[in-house]
Design a protein around this ligand. Structure first.
Ligand code: PLP
Length: 456
């Protein structure tokens, strides 16, 4: 059944509709990224500036997607565009290291506690894949321990864990032998210790330290501290996936904020200031596996083989340095965090006013919303719907998620994925107030349509 909001969405977007009809004939799956798939068709974005984004039909959005959370300074920040313009005249790519790369690695080293050494890659997924290879080589063990709901890219070695049911493959085409190298457990310290005790072949535990999906399923600092203690006791490497939290939770990421230094970290998104790229960083003794020693046996069999045409290409390097220089001041975080806090608080007040079974939450510049399905849990107050269960927090029915997103979009708000988003240094109080009005209208529609529950 087509809902009223889907019809409005389609009427507002004739050019996107036509583009999608064409895309279906030439693009596998019709879109360039699974998250962009939506019914009845995706929007095609034309340009973006600050906290705003415009699609090809001229619809304006206050954006809480911010380039999949890469654009922390806002869209099109002048100093980043200038830095890219400055290097672009010299040629696009040389297949050799660029002098600025050394400066970029130095900035990362200075900001991120675990970055004794930096190795550049082309995406968060590549970083995740490479970090696991390094962990295996260093520990001479095979498996990775992961937590339910955590996402670390789309390669085969993280082929289960992110998606409900958490212990089943996320995709067709992943070899069973590869899936056997992944152990997915609840984020529970007793389960961690049991896994380490019962399986001496675990090379690494890799997690989003904030909790799955930039804190949708929150993890505490105490959990992280005790997890580190256990990894040290059992000789397992601790890998923080800071692809979203890195440079966002603080200039040095989550790890700097809470003063826990993992053995390795994966970085991306903000690090490259909106252009493709990423890095793995880690302890010097671990990262020495990349070194060439001149010993033919070592260099052929004992080091990490790693290539990548566009690693630390000049454009991404320029954008990354310009972004990290501002990140280093800590000033963008003050604005982004304040705006997210205002948004979360405003949403909480609206949910209270509308007596809806759900809650808004998040840390730093992150935003999440949990909504209980109609007829809901039967909860009589909003505290009763608070949960830490990944299956519930990541299991809001598709129908609700889709109705939530579409109702925001037809009114001019874009979020990152599911019911969550991020703010940037470019968001203003005016953006937040406008968003809250749209949020209230959206919640009322969802209640009216009996998609979400009122407290009962
Ligand atoms: C926590 C986390 N890890 C890894 C990735 C993968 O990064 P990329 O999309 O650059 O491959 C993402 C992407 O959203 C992410 O959120």
């Amino acid at each position: 059944m087509s809902h009223n909001w889907e019809e409005i969405y389609a009427e507002q977007r004739p050019k996107s509709k036509a583009l999608y009809n064409e895309a279906k004939q030439n693009t596998a799956g019709g879109v360039g990224h699974d998250l962009r798939h939506t019914v009845p068709f995706p929007r095609y974005i034309d340009h973006a500036l600050g906290a705003r984004m415009w699609d090809v039909d001229g619809n304006e959005y206050i954006d809480y997607g911010m380039g999949n959370a890469a654009c922390f300074l806002g869209h099109s920040p002048p100093e980043v565009l200038d830095a890219v313009r400055e290097v672009i005249g010299n040629g696009l790519h040389f297949g050799n290291d660029h002098p600025h790369q050394v400066e970029w690695a130095g900035l990362i080293q200075q900001l991120v506690p675990s970055a004794e050494r930096v190795r550049f890659v082309n995406s968060g997924t590549e970083g995740s894949m490479l970090a696991l290879r390094v962990a295996r080589a260093f520990t001479k063990r095979t498996k990775v321990l992961r937590f339910e709901g955590h996402f670390s890219g789309w390669h085969d070695y993280v082929g289960k864990g992110a998606m409900i049911p958490f212990n089943e493959t996320v995709s067709a085409g992943i070899p069973a032998a590869t899936l056997d190298t992944i152990k997915v457990i609840p984020a529970d310290l007793e389960a961690v210790e049991a896994a380490f005790r019962n399986d001496s072949d675990i090379a690494a535990v890799m997690l989003e330290p904030s909790g799955a999906s930039w804190g949708r399923v929150p993890l505490s600092v105490e959990f992280n501290r005790e997890l580190q203690r256990l990894t040290q006791e059992y000789g397992v490497l601790l890998i923080y996936d800071e692809v979203i939290t890195g440079f966002r939770y603080s200039p040095g990421g989550y790890q700097k904020l809470v003063d826990i230094t993992p053995d390795m970290s994966i970085l991306g998104k903000i690090m490259t200031g909106g252009l493709p790229g990423g890095a793995i960083v880690g302890r010097a003794d671990i990262m020495s596996l990349f070194d060439f020693t001149g010993d033919p046996h070592h260099d052929r069999y004992e080091r990490i083989h790693h290539l990548g045409t566009f690693n630390a290409n000049p454009l991404s390097t320029a954008a990354g340095i310009a972004t990290l220089k501002r990140v280093a001041t800590g000033e963008p975080h003050i604005q982004a965090d304040r705006m997210a806090a205002l948004l979360r608080q405003g949403m909480e007040e609206i949910l209270e006013e509308e007596q809806v079974a759900g809650y808004a939450y998040g840390d730093s510049s992150g935003l999440h919303l949990h909504l209980e399905a109609y007829p809901g849990s039967g909860a009589t107050d909003r505290d009763a719907v608070r949960t830490n269960d990944p299956a519930r927090l990541k299991g809001i029915p598709n129908e609700i998620v889709s109705a939530y997103q579409k109702n925001l979009q037809i009114r001019g708000v874009n979020i990152l994925s599911y019911t969550g988003g991020v703010t940037s240094a470019a968001h203003t109080e005016e953006d937040i107030n406008k968003t809250l009005n749209i949020f209230q209208d959206t919640i009322r529609v969802l209640v009216q349509e009996k998609l979400i529950a009122r407290l009962g």
